[in-house]
Design a protein around this ligand. Structure first.
Ligand SMILES: NC(=O)c1ccc[n+]([C@@H]2O[C@H](COP(=O)([O-])OP(=O)(O)OC[C@H]3O[C@@H](n4cnc5c(N)ncnc54)[C@H](OP(=O)(O)O)[C@@H]3O)[C@@H](O)[C@H]2O)c1
Length: 219
């Protein structure tokens, strides 16, 4: 069993990663700004730590002694620039905090965005017509965070882009993966439930296949 530290454990995607990790028997340290927001997730293998992903010392403290560090942080959905600033700032802080642990640093697993994935027409998801400015800012911020990770060679990182559409739905345990190309079903849609996204994230943590890479998951 692994010891997993998780930023964003009370978030829409993070809580599913938390539950999937606990379901598989791992020990989880949930790193949150407000422990009260996790009150409903009591479990004997869950420890709660207060921390801020934008503080590299907080990242180092959270990650020390763990086998994996997951970041499922986001900057909310009312201010695209703030969301972008959070994921870009988090990327730098996560790398700096892990770097400070030297060879003892655990691998980093980042909940990423789908906007930068290539589409069948040779463009990228964020090139679609009519996207609202807020969504574009979030997508670009996530793209900038990915570019940043791609420049980092001294920290083990993996960036998991969801399908274009991620939301509530059943946990099937079945999914397909890709690298930089959007994974679509026969009808052209690209979708994954948050529960199955969490399955893919835990599968990767248990058996890393995409070290230093972005990969994506969809039905
Ligand atoms: N299709 C797509 O491409 C797609 C779709 C959805 C999400 N995403 C990405 O997935 C990530 C997670 O999304 P989500 O919908 O699960 O977000 P969410 O529900 O808004 O959750 C965000 C989490 O981040 C935490 N957080 C924010 N700032 C923090 C800080 N400074 N230190 C520690 N924790 C902090 C929040 O904690 P508080 O409660 O304390 O604020 C919350 O737990 C985002 O980065 C988003 O861009 C991509």
């Amino acid at each position: 069993m692994a010891k997993i530290a998780l930023f964003g454990a009370n978030g829409g995607i993070g809580v599913h990663i938390l539950r999937e990790a606990l379901r598989r028997g791992h020990d989880v340290t949930a790193v949150v700004r407000d422990p009260a927001k996790l009150a409903a997730e009591e479990h004997d293998r869950l420890a709660v730590l207060t921390g801020d992903v934008l503080d590299p010392r907080s990242v180092a403290t959270a990650a020390a002694g763990h086998d994996a560090l997951v970041s499922a942080v986001g900057g909310g959905y009312t201010d695209g620039a703030a969301h972008a600033a959070l994921v870009v700032g988090a990327a730098a802080s996560l790398a700096e905090g892990l770097r400070s642990l030297g060879p003892a640093a655990p691998g980093l697993y980042v909940v990423g965005g789908a906007g930068s994935l290539r589409t069948a027409d040779g463009r990228q998801v964020w090139d679609a017509d009519g996207l609202p400015e807020l969504a574009l800012q979030v997508m670009r911020g996530q793209g900038d965070a990915l570019e940043y990770f791609r420049s980092v060679a001294d920290v083990d990182w993996t960036y998991l882009s969801p399908a274009a559409d991620i939301g509530p739905g059943e946990r099937t345990g079945a999914y397909r993966t890709g690298l930089d190309d959007l994974v679509t079903a026969a009808d052209g849609t690209s979708r994954i439930s948050v529960a199955d996204y969490a399955v893919a994230m835990l599968d990767e943590i248990e058996q890393p296949r995409h070290l230093g890479k972005r990969f994506t998951v969809a039905y």
